[in-house]
Ligand binder design. Structure first.
Ligand SMILES: [Zn+2]
Length: 315
């Protein structure tokens, strides 16, 4: 038979032969081809699926890593928030200490800038303008103002403050300044006398001294020992006569003796003869200028260090 195939199947029961025609052969051929294609397609599909599964595993791993990172970040944020809380409390303490209202609504950086400027301004004012007592003790025996003259029995304006002091009690400068007068003459008026010239228009005067510790023209720092109290000149007994003058006018030294960082604002109400606002602006201006100069100097130093490093790093 032309174009036909005989298939013989042999089993224990004997052999059987089948004759397959051309059409059936074609059908079988197509069936084999389609089965093969199906198998191939299935293989490709399984391969692609396994690649997807692998991608999914990667994504899952990344997700877990991100979760861990997120948890670490959250811990860090909590830690930083706690630290920020502590810093804000400390800034509040500083603000209170230097007499500012705590500004809790402001950003930390701004609060620090304000506190720094405020503290620097106050500290500069308290370095340059007389404040505190010229003695370690602070016992007033005669106030500033009209009084009965103890030596002449008549009314006289007392231009200073008398402080109790036994002979040779140490006397200290109440602000930075230059010794303008260091008079050793002990018989007349104020006796042995020191006058300090401070910046911003202030002078202080220390009279009836027993001994001078500084010379005219010498720079003295606030708190520096400048002499010893006594009873020289026209004096009713050992004491220190202390004066504060502003552009030539004698002011009540008591406000200045009581002036300090903790009780900073009261003097502005008590002593109206001083242009406090203008002095404060002047101090702020000087401090800003100093800060700018110092910052420029630092930048130049950094640039110089960088350029030196560049020279040394090349052979
Ligand atoms: Zn006096």
């Amino acid at each position: 038979m032309k174009n036909s195939t005989v298939i013989t199947i042999t089993t224990v029961h004997g052999s059987k032969s089948f004759t397959i025609g051309q059409f059936a052969k074609n059908i079988m051929g197509y069936a084999v081809f389609f089965s093969f294609m199906l198998f191939l397609g299935g293989g490709i599909f399984v391969y692609m699926l396994s690649a997807k599964v692998s991608d999914y595993k990667d994504i899952e791993e990344k997700y877990h890593r991100l979760l861990a990172t997120n948890s670490n970040l959250e811990m860090n944020i909590n830690k930083k928030e706690n630290e920020l809380g502590e810093i804000q409390e400390k800034i509040s303490d500083i603000e209170t200490m230097i007499g500012l209202e705590p500004k809790e609504d402001f950003e930390v950086g701004n609060r620090l800038d304000i506190a720094e400027l405020d503290a620097q301004e106050k500290l500069l004012m308290l370095r340059n303008i007389p404040n505190g007592s010229p003695l370690n003790s602070n016992m007033v025996t005669s106030n500033f103002g009209w009084r009965e003259n103890p030596t002449q029995e008549s009314k006289q304006f007392h231009t200073g403050l008398d402080l109790r002091a036994t002979i040779n009690t140490p006397v200290y400068a109440t602000a930075d300044g230059i010794v303008e007068v260091a008079r050793k003459e002990s018989k007349i008026g104020y006796g042995k006398l020191l006058v300090l010239d401070h910046v911003l228009g202030f002078k202080t005067l220390y009279a009836h001294l027993n001994e001078l510790g500084v010379k005219a023209g010498q720079f003295v720092k606030k708190g520096q020992l400048i002499g010893y109290s006594g009873n020289t000149g026209i004096s009713s007994g050992p004491h220190l006569h202390y004066e504060v003058r502003y552009i030539g006018i004698a002011l009540n030294p008591k406000s200045f003796v009581d002036w300090n960082l903790k009780d900073y604002g009261r003097i502005f109400e008590q002593e109206k003869k001083v242009g406090w606002e203008s002095l404060s602006q002047g101090i702020k201006w000087q401090w800003t200028l100093l800060k700018q100069l110092s910052s420029q100097k630092e930048q130049r130093l950094q640039a110089s260090l960088m350029s030196n490093a560049n020279y040394t790093s090349t052979d």
